[in-house]
Design a protein around this ligand. Structure first.
Ligand code: NAD
Length: 291
């Protein structure tokens, strides 16, 4: 049986580990938060005492960590994943990080005989729980094929988008669209409510027309009811906007709307909403209008 190591058992990594266990994989996990390890053990997974142990004792290692400093510390450090993984094994980073770091992981992996994929995801906590994530994969075609049985458990739309780092670039484009959509849905709610229209009713109609989106489908009710428990934290989207703006500079393109969305998300964070779901951009839109 393929043994999978998962490092980072948070909002996304936790349910991903559960789905792999349910699908019959043997899972060994590591997280710095003890309660995350307890949840894994309660479902039949094995707890590792370190990322190195999770990597050394598996055929495929997955990281699902907040950002590139955590990924670099876990993967590149002494006794890290690439130092400890078996030669010929597969390392899949599924965190959302900058493409540059993904390319570095692949280069170091190649030196050590470890095959590396970048495979960030979209679909949120619900997509992770339901095993229907969109997974955008960068790396070699044969490594993508080797990882297919794992991706099939975690996701519904799984696409090999190019060489190392390409998955992260596609994820940056995804976050650009998601951030912009939330910002505009927030403005729509403010406009509807200030005009005396029930925003739930208004957004219901929008959801069925050309303005319809997964965000309207899944989030309109909680947004209108001001339920901002994460989900996906503003702090993480702020991180993603940094990745997007860096990528735009590297590619030599202008993203005027993207820059505006980045400023709105930075403002949300500055106003103390960093730990709330990114749908809390509604609070920024309200504050701008004195509502
Ligand atoms: P999270 O903070 O809930 O989970 C991250 C986990 O990593 C935590 O349990 C934390 O304790 C653990 N961790 C941190 N440093 C560690 C270390 N050195 N060693 C071991 N464990 C460590 O975050 P999340 O929401 O699960 O997001 C993870 C990644 O997935 C991020 O890059 C995020 O941008 C991306 N993502 C999140 C969502 C979402 O809706 N939450 C959706 C798509 C992509």
């Amino acid at each position: 049986m393929t043994r999978i190591g998962i490092i980072g058992l948070g909002i996304m990594g936790g349910p991903m580990a559960s789905n792999l266990l349910r699908a019959g994989f043997d899972v060994i996990g590591f997280d710095v938060v003890p309660s995350a390890l307890e949840r894994l053990a309660a479902q039949g997974g094995t707890n590792a005492v370190s990322a190195a142990q999770a990597a050394a004792e598996s055929d495929v290692v997955i990281t699902m960590l907040p950002n590139h400093p955590q990924v670099e510390a876990v993967a590149l450090g002494e006794g890290g994943v690439l130092d400890s993984a078996k030669p010929g094994s597969l390392y899949i980073d599924m965190s959302s990080i900058r493409p540059e770091t993904a390319r570095k992981l692949a280069a170091v992996g190649a030196e050590r005989g470890v095959r590396v994929l970048d495979a960030p995801v979209s679909g949120g906590e619900k997509g992770a729980i339901d095993g229907v994530l969109s997974i955008m994969v960068g790396g070699a075609a044969q490594d993508f094929a080797a990882a297919a049985p794992i991706f099939d458990v975690l996701g519904k739309t799984v696409v090999h988008v190019g060489p190392a780092g390409a998955g992260q670039t596609v994820k940056a484009a995804n976050q650009l669209v998601v951030g912009g959509t939330y910002a505009l849905v927030a403005e729509a709610v403010v406009l509807l409510e200030a005009s005396g229209i029930d925003a739930n009713v208004g957004l219901d109609v929008l959801a069925g027309g050309l303005a319809g989106s997964r965000i309207l489908e899944l989030k309109r009710k909680s947004m209108v009811e001001r339920q901002f428990a994460p989900g996906f934290r503003i702090d993480l989207h702020h991180k993603d906007m940094g990745i997007i703006l860096d990528a735009s500079r590297d590619a030599g393109v202008a993203l005027p709307v993207g820059n505006l969305v980045a400023a709105l998300i930075a403002s949300a964070r500055a106003q103390g909403y960093g730990q709330l779901d990114h749908s809390a951009l509604l609070k920024v839109a309200e504050n701008l209008s004195g509502k």
